[in-house]
Design a protein around this ligand. Structure first.
Ligand SMILES: Cc1cc2nc3c(=O)[nH]c(=O)nc-3n(C[C@H](O)[C@H](O)[C@H](O)COP(=O)(O)OP(=O)(O)OC[C@H]3O[C@@H](n4cnc5c(N)ncnc54)[C@H](O)[C@@H]3O)c2cc1C
Length: 682
């Protein structure tokens, strides 16, 4: 690679450095390494220290016709960051400065290569945190969180990383780009396309993120429920009551049982060893089933899954609340009423144990591979109305090839994610067969193929199929920012998946009806509405069903949604769930099948803009709604600042006059309001 020396950017052609950047943590690569098949090596690895050095590297790559692979910490599990022959890896780890922390505005400006735990430690020293806590926080970067649309363990309170991301600077082959809050006046905001672009548009160099105060109080608890359906119902009710727990983590019966998680039973296996991590749980499970060696149960997964399913139905839900003490205390009675309708309080220990060990789980897979087997995880999501079917279908599909267990850990008012852990015996072909069956089951059940691990090369075809003709919006952005296709080729979508096929229109999920409200998914609190409905007509039609929009539009729906910028809304305010558009050639795109999908970038605004420009017709919008609260509380909160609103999540806010809804509204108003300062129903 000539000329790299002249750029004054640290770089290496050492084979070891190139090997380190040749793969991420995709288990299929581990399987191949075990079989003695080393990955292709990139030509060189460079470590730029600022935007200007990234720029020089990109210009150099363009001049030399080299592919560019952005590389964060390589913790991705889908083959996204993998330097190949003929590529230059841009490793971001020296973009490691925290440039500013502004507690008053609740934001921090950080470089993309900062490691997650370093960021949280630096913020905590100043009394703040992002609230983003993926299991990989020790080994992933801020840029990787942006690029793969990461989600952390406290997402039900703080949101996924998308919800925290306010602005980004990206060096693209076509030039520098500022997105989100940094978008130049008059330009389209491309932040929704940057998040989830997986290195295929440019190198994210630095970002502006929301931060929150370190919580003053934290409450953690375990609850036992008789079965999954009842526990899902408690999770749904908690989220739809807008109580915003910080942790909501449900283990399926197998995971609950082999982890020894309920009833205060010790977390030890039959030999008295501590049980932790998938491997520990699988080994413990195998022993409980009387099988001494790991490969044997993995070789007969169908039987093991059936036996395990027959063992028990009881499930454990770990629940947490955190924030200012008076707010946590105000919310807890209402939360406990919901939880204790069907749940048995197991005390603080299950929650405290989870908290103390929450990062252990994922790092113990190597012995499974060393034992001649493999293990992986699949994180999918769906609205509440489709969750049970998604769970059943994927379990059945994966269960023919692997031993499967699951937990449910990212819940929203509209739906929830399912995190399957599975392990099987055999080679790459068996691994591929398990994934193919699992992904097909997700598609058939109407879920998204990824909630937070992103796409990489692993799920690129499945994600492309999920998005269909919506990919036209992706390629329009890609061709503008990376016209020669230098950036991370094949990620997150294969070049042949260009969305051009004018496939016959798929039947609408919700059959058309007349009126501004076309259909309502009552379980998921999602309303399918006509795009040209006026805010007044829509509000009246929803009110007749006892519903209101979570985020009321100030004017016509489509222009409002197309122009919204991150930061104009609070992090939990999701104004748009899904949409269906028809292109002039008859192709139809339906986007938004599940909450917070990470199947590539968020193309919804790009599609709406295309429709406004006459390049497509919006057939319907799917908007989150809430049940009209019969007793909302209007309260005046003295000195109300955005950071406090961030903690409380009022349904509406006009200066210091907040409307609180849900079962904790009155208690919250009492905890917050000025004595005699305007409490009571509006
Ligand atoms: C043990 C373990 C636990 C995990 N737990 C979680 C979890 O709880 N939640 C979760 O969301 N994920 C989890 N993951 C997956 C992974 O950590 C996330 O996808 C993370 O966001 C990747 O960050 P990274 O810095 O390692 O990115 P990498 O793996 O280096 O890269 C991921 C993708 O982003 C691109 N990229 C990276 N940096 C940039 C940049 N600056 N500009 C442009 N593109 C860039 C790469 O090209 C690649 O396509 C886990 C992974 C492991 C191994």
């Amino acid at each position: 690679m000539p000329g790299l020396e002249s750029l004054a950017v640290p770089f290496s052609r050492d084979p070891l450095d190139r090997l380190a950047a040749a793969r991420d943590a995709w288990p299929r690569e581990t399987l191949r390494m075990r079989e003695g098949r080393a990955p292709e090596l990139p030509d060189a690895v460079a470590w730029p220290r600022n935007r200007a050095e990234v720029r020089r590297l990109l210009d150099h790559a363009a001049a030399e016709g080299l592919a560019v692979v952005p590389y964060g910490a390589g913790s991705g599990v889908c083959g996204g960051a993998s330097g190949r022959a003929g590529s230059l890896v841009i490793d971001t780890k020296r973009l490691d400065r925290i440039l500013a922390v502004d507690g008053a505005r609740g934001v921090a400006h950080v470089e993309a290569g900062v490691l997650g735990q370093h960021l949280e430690d630096a913020l905590e020293a100043r009394g703040f945190r992002t609230g983003h806590s993926p299991s990989s926080i020790l080994c992933s970067t801020v840029g990787g969180w942006v690029a793969a649309r990461s989600a952390g363990q406290f997402s039900s309170r703080y949101g996924v990383f998308d919800d925290m991301l306010l602005a980004a600077h990206v060096e693209t082959p076509a030039g520098p780009l500022d997105a989100g809050a940094w978008t130049p006046a008059g330009a389209d905001d491309l932040l929704p396309a940057i998040a989830g672009s997986e290195g295929a548009l440019g190198v994210v160099t630095d970002v502006l993120v929301r931060i929150a105060p370190v919580p003053e109080a934290r409450w953690l608890r375990g609850y036992a429920f008789p079965d999954l359906d009842v526990a899902w119902e408690a999770m749904r009710r908690l989220m739809q009551a807008e109580l915003w727990p910080s942790v909501l983590r449900l283990y399926d019966p197998v995971d609950t049982r082999v982890g020894g998680r309920t009833g205060g039973r010790p977390r030890e296996d039959a030999d008295g060893a501590r049980v932790s991590g998938l491997q520990g749980r699988l080994l413990a499970g195998a022993r409980r089933l009387g099988l001494r060696a790991l490969p044997l149960p993995l070789a007969i997964p169908g039987l093991v899954n059936r036996l395990a399913a027959g063992l028990a139905h009881e499930v454990l839900l770990v629940v947490g609340f955190e924030g200012p003490r008076r707010l946590v205390e105000a919310v807890l009675p209402a939360a406990r009423r919901i939880l204790e309708t069907d749940g048995l309080d197991l005390g603080a220990e299950p929650g405290e144990h989870w908290m103390a060990h929450r990062h252990d789980v994922s790092y113990k897979l190597a012995p499974i591979f060393a034992n001649g087997a493999w293990a992986d995880t699949m994180e999918v999501a769906a609205p509440w109305s489709r969750l049970a079917e998604l769970d059943r279908a994927v379990r059945e599909a994966l269960g023919r090839h692997a031993v499967v267990m699951a937990h449910y850990s990212h819940a929203y008012p509209e739906g929830c994610s399912i995190y399957f852990s599975f392990a099987g015996a055999g080679d790459e072909a068996r691994y591929d067969a398990a994934w193919a069956a699992g992904l097909e089951a997700v598609r058939a059940a109407g879920g998204t193929v990824t909630h937070h691990h992103g796409v990489g090369v692993h799920k690129s075809r499945a994600a492309a199929r999920e998005l269909g003709p919506a990919l036209r919006a992706w390629w329009a952005i890609k061709n503008r920012l990376d016209p020669d296709g230098l950036m991370n080729p094949g990620r997150p979508f294969p070049p042949e998946a260009d969305g051009s096929a004018a496939a016959p229109a798929a039947p609408a999920r919700n059959p058309p009806a007349a009126g501004p409200v076309l259909a309502v998914d009552e379980r998921s609190l999602l309303a399918t509405v006509a795009p040209d409905a006026s805010p007044e007509a829509l509000a009246a039609a929803l009110a007749r069903r006892g519903l209101e929009l979570r985020v009321p539009p100030p004017g016509p729906l489509v222009p409002w949604l197309a122009g919204l910028r991150r930061g104009e809304l609070a992090r939990w305010e999701v104004p748009l769930f899904g949409l269906r558009v028809r292109f002039p050639d008859g192709a139809v795109a339906e986007v938004g099948v599940a909450p917070r999908s990470a199947a590539g970038p968020d193309l919804r605004q790009a599609l709406l803009r295309r429709a406004l420009a006459g390049g497509a017709t919006v057939e319907h919008l799917v908007l989150p709604v809430r049940r009209v609260d019969p007793a909302p509380v209007l309260v005046r909160v003295p000195g109300a600042d955005p950071a406090l609103a961030d903690q409380v999540r009022p349904a509406r806010r006009e200066g210091d006059r907040w409307t609180l809804v849900g079962p904790a509204a009155a208690a919250l108003a009492e905890a917050l309001g000025e004595p005699g300062g305007g409490g009571g129903a509006p």
